[in-house]
Design a protein. Structure first.
Length: 123
């Protein structure tokens, strides 16, 4: 089954870490990416900061255009930073891989996902 490992955290917290601590956090990501690559296809996405987001709100009434607003959908301290998606045997296996990137600077959410179509390539 496909699972997503979603990453949430506060903007700027990682950047405020010492270089040594940043390397430690990124070491977990590199280990996870290496382990996932050895298993086959996976997806890794890093979102740009919330300040780069725009929100498309639904039209107020029929015939009106959607409202485009600068900024993220929710005004919270934590934001959605990125995610991994890969095939795992079950939730326990997905959690075991998520533990590779567990750190004090981000919260992780593991949940099953359904592929809705499309192809993503870095080529």
């Amino acid at each position: 089954m496909l699972y997503a490992i979603a990453i949430y955290g506060e903007t700027g917290v990682f950047e405020a870490l010492s270089g040594e601590h940043q390397d430690e956090v990124m070491g977990g990501h590199h280990a996870l990416q290496t382990a996932l690559e050895a298993r086959g296809d996976y997806l890794s996405v890093k979102l740009m900061p919330p300040s780069t987001a725009v929100t498309v709100d639904p039209a107020g009434s029929p015939g009106q255009a959607p409202l485009i607003v600068d900024g993220p959908f929710a005004e919270t301290k934590e934001s959605f930073l990125g995610f991994y998606a890969a095939e795992f045997r079950d939730l326990d296996e997905a959690i075991s891989f998520a533990r590779m990137i567990s750190s004090p600077v981000a919260r992780l959410e593991v949940r099953p996902i359904a592929w809705a179509g499309g192809v993503i390539s870095s080529d």
